[in-house]
Design a protein around this ligand. Structure first.
Ligand SMILES: [Zn+2]
Length: 280
């Protein structure tokens, strides 16, 4: 049988939104025959529900080791942020969610069955996200915004790429060539902002408003098709704003303290900073 998943109407969708210039957005243009309408998984953590870690949803399709839902709060890997992990549970079964990925606009939960058999389409499941992992990733991702803003302000360098992990994260800046004094200043300024415990607002805003407000060096809006409107933005009050699809804490105080632990030159005017977080 031909899977309906492979046949869909032509459409654009944002697969990844991020603040760094090179990772800000990856747009997939999918042009395939429409066979039957398919649901696109609703990303329920957007625009501002990234503190929800328990939810119910309905299964739309199951493969040998993957479950698709009508909507999910699990964050699928993208934008330099790894996926959530957790559990799906239904009436007669339980499965660990070991990876979550975007698959042509839908979200695929890669699972390892613990009990029972995988749920059929139409089954109601409860999702439980690993809270500690989510919290760490949200702290790290928000810290990345802070450090990126500080470096843009102090050195005029853009974020060329980044990767956050629960325990350590990295950001590539360009043009940049930091010395020890610079790194100390970046760390100090970042922690000063965090100490102010500024609020982090996450919401959808009309695209033209975002285009008017976002600072050069914090996003490359040209890469997003005009049809993507509104945009989900993450604003740290009176400090930073950029479009971003990741998960973040709600106040900077939740980050703790940024500690820059490594620095390498990647050549071509690109410097990489690695940082860890300490609990406050
Ligand atoms: Zn972000």
């Amino acid at each position: 049988m031909i899977s309906g998943r492979r046949y869909r109407k032509p459409q654009f969708f944002v697969t990844e939104m991020h603040c760094s210039s090179t990772r800000f957005v990856a747009v997939s243009s999918v042009f395939i025959l429409r066979y039957e309408p398919l649901p696109v998984t609703e990303l329920r953590y957007l625009p501002d529900a990234d503190d929800v870690t328990t939810f119910t949803a309905t299964v739309t399709e199951t493969t040998d080791d993957g479950v698709f839902l009508d909507g999910t709060y699990f964050y699928p890997e993208g934008g330099g942020q790894p996926s959530d992990r957790g559990v799906l549970e239904w009436e007669d079964g339980v499965a660990d969610v070991i990876d979550v990925r975007k698959d042509h606009g839908e979200v695929r939960h890669d699972v390892e069955l613990r009990e029972g058999t995988l749920p059929d389409a139409g089954t109601t499941v409860e999702g439980r996200i690993d809270e500690e992992r989510r919290r760490q990733l949200s702290r790290m991702h928000t810290a990345q915004h802070v450090v990126s803003r500080v470096v843009l302000e102090e050195y005029g360098a853009s974020t060329a790429g980044n990767q956050v992990y629960p325990d350590r994260s990295r950001i590539d800046f360009e043009p940049a060539s930091f010395d020890d004094e610079d790194l100390a200043l970046i760390e100090r300024r970042s922690n000063e902002a965090i100490d102010r415990d500024l609020a982090v607002v996450k919401e959808n805003r009309p695209r033209d408003a975002v285009e008017a407000e976002v600072d050069e060096g914090r996003a490359l809006l040209d890469l997003i098709p005009d049809s993507v409107d509104p945009l989900r933005v993450v604003e740290i009050e009176k400090f930073d704003m950029c479009p971003c699809g990741g998960t973040h804490v709600s106040r900077l105080g939740d980050i703790g303290r940024v500690s820059i632990v490594d620095h390498t030159s990647k050549g071509d005017d690109t410097d990489r900073i690695e940082f860890e977080l300490e609990e406050s």
